[in-house]
Design a protein around this ligand. Structure first.
Ligand code: MD3
Ligand code: FE
Length: 225
């Protein structure tokens, strides 16, 4: 699409900013993007998140490879995901406080369950919710989520705050990736044959969200055990 009085060169400069059509789509045989699915829950999600963070504040964990993650993490639910120099694992307690992870709020459970149901996974009861906080520049390298005991349940992901460009890969790290923009309120469900696909998040661009400021929060609901 060419605008009047502009050259293709100018358009290329803004190619990244072209608003994507934010429509629901199926991005894999068993993966679905539900645009704005979380919006009706946000008013209840944010105060519940605040309460969780007073008990289990965001922290930048170190991977076994000795890299400090640019994404800050917290968790709620029966199990929390952690990493340290020893490896990745789910724990019942927050290693930073020795206390149990905060309980999973009812509104979190209700949202995860409804989204899983919409993707064809009835009766999803997650026992872990990993909470990721991205500030501009933070990214998540391509990886698989495989620290859970089984893969029969989907992962449900909820995006809040400033946008992200999600990378959706294949079953080998070297497979081509597809870029999927994710916005405030979007929910993605990954199950079945898509459950072990490589995925990641490109460095977050500077932006400001009216409710969340200069950050992106992502919840990933899983069944760890
Ligand atoms: C595709 N988080 O915490 S959520 C993670 O936006 C993680 O914070 C990203 O990857 C984020 O592990 C992406 C989307 C996601 C989560 C799990 C998946 C995509 C997935 C599992 C299998 C395939
Ligand atoms: Fe992941």
């Amino acid at each position: 699409m060419q605008r009047k009085g502009t050259t293709p060169v100018t358009l290329d400069l803004f190619a990244d900013e072209t608003p994507q059509p934010a429509i629901d789509e199926q991005i894999g045989p068993q993966s679905f993007v539900f645009r704005g699915f979380a919006l009706p829950f946000v008013e209840q999600l944010l105060p519940a998140l605040e309460a969780i963070l007073t008990q289990a504040p965001f922290r930048n964990m170190v991977t076994p490879g000795g890299y400090t993650m640019s994404v800050a993490l917290s968790s709620c639910g029966e199990f929390g995901w952690t990493t340290d120099s020893q490896g990745y694992k789910y724990t019942r307690t927050d290693p930073q406080t020795g206390q149990s992870w905060p309980e999973m709020p009812e509104v979190f459970l209700a949202l995860a369950r409804a989204a899983a149901e919409a993707a064809g996974f009835a009766d999803f009861i997650p026992d872990a919710c990993l909470i990721n906080r991205y500030i501009p520049g933070a990214k998540m390298s391509l990886h698989q989520d495989k620290d859970e005991r089984g893969y029969q349940w989907p992962v449900v992901s909820v995006s809040l705050g400033i946008p992200a460009m999600f990378l959706f890969g294949g079953h080998a790290r070297s497979d081509a990736t597809r870029r999927v923009p994710l916005f405030h309120g979007d929910v993605v469900v990954w199950g079945g044959e898509d459950r072990l696909r490589y995925h990641g998040v490109m460095p977050i661009k500077q932006a400001e969200h009216p409710q969340l400021g200069e950050q992106r929060i992502n919840f990933t609901f899983r069944k760890a055990r």
